[in-house]
Write a protein that binds this ligand. Structure first.
Ligand code: ADP
Ligand code: GLC
Length: 498
């Protein structure tokens, strides 16, 4: 039970707990969400703050940093809490524990992509500090709601539950958002003793998962409410096919599980003012988009063909993203005069596959391996179609960025892709709802047919422009999700207070 007053007039205090945050540190969509949702909540009158591990990029980025507390030893001897803000003024707490976090590059793995052997300590500390803040041990400010994101923050819910057992009162209401159930934070059972939790937390109704220890299960088991990032994914993860072994628990908790679709941060993603773009445009005036396309073709070394259908991919190169369909279907795109640009990094096999394709189709395919924020914006602005053929996709942001920047998304009907893209069927074209191309099964023939539909529509410029105008006008801003989360917090607080 939270000690706070769950009425509408009182500003809700929310602590978001996560491992990444745009613009400081980003490996995927989680960072975009953490960089935007708390700020949207502040704009709605809530007092939302963020707690992050002190990775070098985060410590370097923190604005107006001041020391808040020196923490008692836990997992590490030296640990200081700082408070500062994001460029948009959202308050941020940062855990400065150099021996755990002061490592260059990827926040989760070393230069050879091996997860750090002390990841359990690094992310247990994140959850533990969140609960110290919630309990009022570290600062004057205490959240009503502790909102943890993904496995990295999953242990916060277990520590909160433990604190409640010790005191008879829960320091805060807990909400856990699953951004991707496939990443679970699994560790060998023998590390349990380091976590400082009583033995009964390592049971089938606790952190234990097939003999291992699961951080994501902590979030699913012990949080008052569970959210995920689209309504379709909320349904899918209750099935054996998409449940990653946790579908039983998710079905058990179905009444507490909800899907809230992510938004798009209009300040960072606006083709009318984006500083990364060589030309600006909006749904009504698209001349600037043609300039972006020509300039991108030149920048990347693609043939300067204004009418070539230009496909773009901005993605982690992982199994999840279904990119094999592009590799196998590419020759058909090339045969029709299409072009492709890929920006991504990840699995060696996919990186090699795309690099080979670049060699096979010089001037028509360009592949950039790496992570480049500003180039990603230019790709959405320059492309005609953005490809997201995922096997599964909890929400997906690139299809929404594509729409906003006038690149029609071509997606598989799964998760958040199903919830955001309306296929160019004849009916949908007729009633003006079409905004992209959707295929059903994860089969080459289905993908190829969707690509074919894109070529057919592109050959009808008036209709193409009409669909693009509609796609660009779609509203995916963060206001609705910010309010949906507020309703979820209040319902959880009321249930806790009852
Ligand atoms: P996921 O979180 O599963 O990777 P999302 O579509 O939710 O997928 O979010 C991916 C985010 O990361 C988007 O902001 C996308 O533009 C960005 N992104 C992915 N790969 C790259 C890259 N190589 N360079 C720049 N941005 C990238
Ligand atoms: C995850 C998912 C992606 C989602 C993102 C932000 O990384 O893979 O679908 O958009 O989180 O919620």
């Amino acid at each position: 039970m939270s000690g706070s007053n769950p009425t509408r007039s009182v500003a809700l205090k929310i602590l978001h707990v996560a491992a990444e945050c745009y613009p400081w540190l980003k490996t995927g969509g989680l960072a975009d969400v953490i960089g935007a949702l708390p700020s949207a909540q502040c704009a709605q009158g809530m007092d939302a703050r963020i707690l992050l591990p002190g990775f070098p990029a985060i410590r370097a980025g923190l604005i107006d940093a001041k020391r808040v507390a020196v923490m008692p030893p836990r997992f590490v001897a030296e640990c200081v809490l700082w408070q500062g803000r994001l460029p948009d003024n959202t308050p941020v707490y940062v855990i400065d524990a150099p021996s755990l976090f002061d490592r260059p590059g990827n926040p989760y793995a070393d230069g050879d992509q091996r997860p750090y052997p002390d990841n359990h300590r690094r992310f247990a500390l994140l959850g533990w500090v969140a609960v110290q803040l919630a309990a009022g041990h570290l600062a004057d400010w205490r959240p009503d709601v502790l909102h943890a994101h993904d496995w990295h923050a999953g242990l916060a819910s277990a520590y909160l539950k433990h604190a409640a057992l010790l005191r008879g009162v829960k320091p805060a209401t807990s909400v856990f958002t699953v951004h991707n159930l496939a990443y679970q934070g699994l560790f060998p059972a023998y590390i349990f003793g380091e976590l400082g939790l009583p033995g009964n937390f390592f049971q089938y109704d606790g952190l234990e998962f097939h003999g291992q220890l699961s951080f994501i299960k902590s979030g699913l088991q012990f949080s008052d409410r569970i959210a995920t990032v689209s309504p379709s994914y909320a349904r899918e993860i209750q099935s054996v096919e998409h449940g990653c072994g946790l579908d039983g628990l998710l079905r058990y908790r179905a009444a507490d599980l909800t899907g809230i679709l992510n938004g798009v941060d209009a300040a960072s993603w606006n083709p009318a003012s984006d500083p990364a773009l060589p030309g600006h445009f909006d749904a009504e005036k698209t001349v600037g988009k043609a300039r972006c396309k020509a300039s991108l073709q030149k920048e990347l070394g693609l043939a300067g063909a204004p009418n070539a259908l230009l496909f773009g991919v901005v993605s982690r190169l992982t199994e999840q993203k279904g990119l094999h369909l592009i590799l196998a279907g590419m020759w058909k795109i090339i045969a029709q005069g299409g072009q492709l640009m890929v920006l991504g990094s990840g699995e060696a096999e996919l990186e090699a596959g795309f690099k080979q394709m670049e060699l096979d189709y010089p001037g028509s395919v360009v592949v950039r391996l790496g992570f480049e924020e500003s180039l990603s914006h230019r790709i959405f602005a320059g492309a005609d179609v953005v490809l997201v053929p995922s096997r599964f996709e909890p929400c997906g942001l690139t299809q929404m960025y594509g729409m906003r920047y006038g690149a029609l998304p071509l997606v598989r009907r799964t998760g958040g892709l199903a919830d955001t893209v309306v296929d160019c069927t004849l009916e949908n074209l007729a009633d003006g709802t079409a905004c992209g191309f959707v295929f059903e099964r994860f089969e080459q023939a289905d993908f190829d047919a969707a690509v074919q539909r894109a070529f057919v529509l592109h050959a009808k410029p008036t209709q193409w422009r009409e669909v693009r105008r509609h796609a660009m006008g779609r509203q995916f801003d963060w206001t609705a999700p910010a309010l949906a989360y507020e309703a979820l917090y209040r319902a959880a607080m009321q249930a806790g207070a009852a």
